[in-house]
Design a protein. Structure first.
Length: 192
């Protein structure tokens, strides 16, 4: 789904780990959720099926009780998704903190890094390479290359590895991948 903020910016909800999306739970509901989690741990039967059913009950309750919230990354307006009642918008007081819905861990949240290059691109695309820094750490190299857009493979490859090592050293990454024309040239995930 996506919708437009009054400032003109379009807010998309089409992928996971969005830095501008969060969830609210009412204080009136929180005890019920905690009770369901306690019951799943303490009272569910011993079989894998019992465990799976207990986990499903928690997930389904979470879906019912959590309300989604979005923040416009351009102007900072906050939206609460009230389901059938639609979206409720709240305007902030200047200067607005536009990172309200980022992870509580802030820059320490472990995110993802994706680099992708295509020799052949559709007409509507303007660059062959993109570097997606999906962590809460902003990188000057990526910002200076126009938000991670590349016309040169060598520059993309260099920036990818540089950023990968920096993010890995800072322990703020859980998955990283570099693809060229559909072939994965490098991938790394945090050991479990
Ligand atoms: Zn806006």
């Amino acid at each position: 789904m996506n919708f437009r903020c009054e400032c003109g910016h379009r807010i998309h909800d089409n992928t996971d780990n969005l830095p501008y999306k969060g969830y609210f739970i009412a204080d009136q509901d929180q005890d019920d959720l905690m009770d369901e989690i306690d019951a799943a741990i303490e009272e569910s039967g011993p079989s894998p099926q019992d465990k799976e059913e207990a986990a499903m009950r928690i997930r389904s309750l979470t879906t019912r009780l959590f309300k989604s919230a979005y923040q416009c990354s351009k102007c900072g307006n906050l939206f609460m998704d009230l389901g059938p009642a639609g979206l409720e918008m709240f305007r902030g007081v200047d200067p607005v903190n536009k990172n309200l819905l980022q992870s509580a861990l802030g820059e320490q949240w472990r995110g993802h890094l994706y680099g992708e290059w295509k020799d052949t691109i559709p007409e509507w695309q303007t660059s062959h390479g993109t570097l997606y820094n999906e962590t809460n750490v902003s990188d000057p190299a990526v910002e200076s290359s126009g938000g991670g857009q590349y016309g040169d493979w060598g520059a993309l490859e260099r920036d990818y590895y540089e950023l990968f090592h920096e993010l890995k050293d800072r322990d703020v990454i859980r998955y990283s991948q570099l693809k060229k024309n559909g072939t994965v040239l490098h991938s790394w995930s945090l050991p479990k």
